[in-house]
Design a protein around this ligand. Structure first.
Ligand code: GLP
Length: 247
């Protein structure tokens, strides 16, 4: 696990985007694993900038997103499909037919999960996966639990996640209670993983993720076992590491 310490959010976003820039240049038809939340917005902005400057070509890129709220379709402005269109896909030359987000409106979530897993396999797996992290250590929507789940499935969101994500909805009651999420096992199969985090609220969980025990209670801690995981954090998210390890 490599930890890259950055000055601030902008610096973090630029460094994360640079890894995706290299990935796309090295393999123009790569499969990118993409994430939502407020953290990756700056990374996407930087990628859009490079595209506009003629430095990046997304025409052959394929993408798979981590998760989606159950019950929301792509026209809902809180859905992750909508987020991806607004924050990246509508601004670059990616073919939307090559972009994938789990279907939160599928009739049968178990079947949708199997379809999504099979789709990732058929694309040849994920070359580079971008991740944010929830305050409780969730990645995608893999909430803390007693065991790492084996297969993409419908997950019940914890109260802490519902509260944290309520800021995006009109009222807390509007936050969906379940989501469909790629599981840790699928994320671990990505060839490269890039996790980004900023701000003081993420400092403790970043310490746990990088130096705490590997446990499904901190889902992101599984990344300690990933052969090519890079954690990119700003000074504030690095604060607990600094305090506890004096680095
Ligand atoms: C959601 C997403 C996660 C994301 C997390 C943190 O729960 N499912 O993929 O990492 O939010 O969001 P933020 O980046 O806004 O802190």
């Amino acid at each position: 696990m490599k930890i890259i310490r950055c000055k601030d959010y902008e610096d973090m976003s630029k460094k994360a985007a640079a890894l995706f820039f290299s990935q796309i240049h090295m393999k123009p038809d790569c499969v990118l694993g993409l994430a939502t939340g407020s953290t990756p917005v700056g990374t996407y902005k930087q990628l859009i900038k490079w595209y506009e400057e003629g430095e990046l070509d997304f025409s052959k890129v394929k993408s798979v997103n981590l998760d989606e709220y159950v019950g929301l379709d792509g026209t809902n402005d809180q859905s992750y499909r909508y987020f991806m269109n607004e924050n990246l896909f509508n601004h670059v030359n990616i073919d939307k037919a090559n972009t994938n987000v789990p279907n939160g409106k599928a009739d049968n979530m178990n079947e949708e999960a199997l379809r999504y897993e099979a789709l990732i396999e058929s694309l040849g797996g994920i070359d580079m996966q971008l991740l944010g992290i929830g305050n409780n250590g969730h990645i995608g929507f893999n909430e803390p639990s007693d065991a790492f789940d084996k297969i993409t499935h419908e997950v019940k969101l914890t109260d802490s996640t519902i509260h944290a994500n309520a800021r995006f909805f009109e009222t807390i009651d509007d936050v969906p209670k379940t989501a469909i999420s790629m599981v840790i096992g699928t994320i671990m199969k990505a060839k490269k993983v890039v996790l980004i985090a900023n701000g003081p609220k993420k400092a403790d969980i970043i310490y746990e993720t990088c130096f705490g025990p590997i446990t499904p209670n901190v889902p992101a801690s599984a990344l300690q076992m990933h052969p090519d995981a890079t954690i990119i954090v700003d000074e504030e998210a690095y604060a607990t590491i600094l305090a506890k390890r004096g680095e």
